[in-house]
Design a binder for this molecule. Structure first.
Ligand SMILES: [Zn+2]
Ligand SMILES: [Zn+2]
Length: 228
């Protein structure tokens, strides 16, 4: 299935409050015309005696009620869409509410802090999805790798930064890709530290902690055609 890209400019109109021109917060809808505003924006409008506060600020529909404030409908669906579409909107709103209480030396509802923590946890999970194979957040190690006997061509770049969880096999696959343009041929390559062939399952962390312990990075390795 082809993904369809949607631009913010096309959807902004649906999640923006025309009273404050910001994204909707606590979306409240006028049932007569279905126009939606932030709760605090429409409340301020309706409570302002100088305005004709019996009409929708957008379309002028008469809000036909003795107490218009009571007929507003809180649109949770639209609000959750706005929160989903606009990064940080929800978090910033909770932070703003907490700041409001703090500035006035009021004790704030503990649910606010819980909401904020939930949101932060959610964001962390999004950055590193469960069961992800990404290693970009691992500790990194610097490696300098050169051809040992010149039986294999030198690399265009000798310096590599990789995850400390990368194994010797990963490194061989990278070399095979650069040398043979085919990572599947990695068994043709051996990697050495000094004169010693490195075991295929050793991680770069292990090598750095055992065989390169008292030396400065990068770890200097060489490679050559596998002996068998
Ligand atoms: Zn507003
Ligand atoms: Zn309206």
């Amino acid at each position: 299935m082809r993904e369809k890209k949607i631009h913010y400019k096309d959807i902004n109109v649906f999640i923006t409050c025309s009273l404050c021109n910001g994204y909707l917060i606590d979306a409240a809808t006028i049932p007569e015309c279905l126009h939606t505003f932030c709760k605090t924006c429409i409340a301020a409008y309706l409570e302002n005696d100088e305005e004709d506060n019996t009409r929708c600020p957008k379309c002028d529909s008469v809000i036909d009620h003795v107490n218009p404030w009571r007929v507003l409908v809180f649109d949770r669906t639209l609000q959750s869409i706005a929160y989903k579409l606009v990064p940080h909107l929800y978090k910033e709103e909770i932070e703003r509410q907490i700041a409001y209480y703090k500035e006035r030396d009021l004790s704030y509802p503990p649910s606010l802090v819980e909401k904020l923590q939930e949101k932060r946890d959610e964001e962390e999970q999004q950055i590193i999805p469960a069961n992800s194979d990404l290693h970009i957040y691992d500790d990194q190690v610097a490696i300098c790798i050169d051809t040992k006997t010149k039986d294999l061509q030198p690399l265009p770049r000798k310096f590599i930064i990789c995850s400390s969880n990368a194994t010797v096999t990963h490194l061989k696959k990278l070399l095979a890709k650069m040398i043979f343009q085919d990572p599947c041929q990695y068994r043709k390559i051996d990697i050495y530290l000094d004169e010693q062939i490195l075991g295929k399952d050793h991680t770069m962390r292990f090598i750095s902690l055992t065989k390169w312990r008292h030396k400065m990075p990068p770890i200097c390795l060489t490679y050559g055609i596998a002996s068998d």
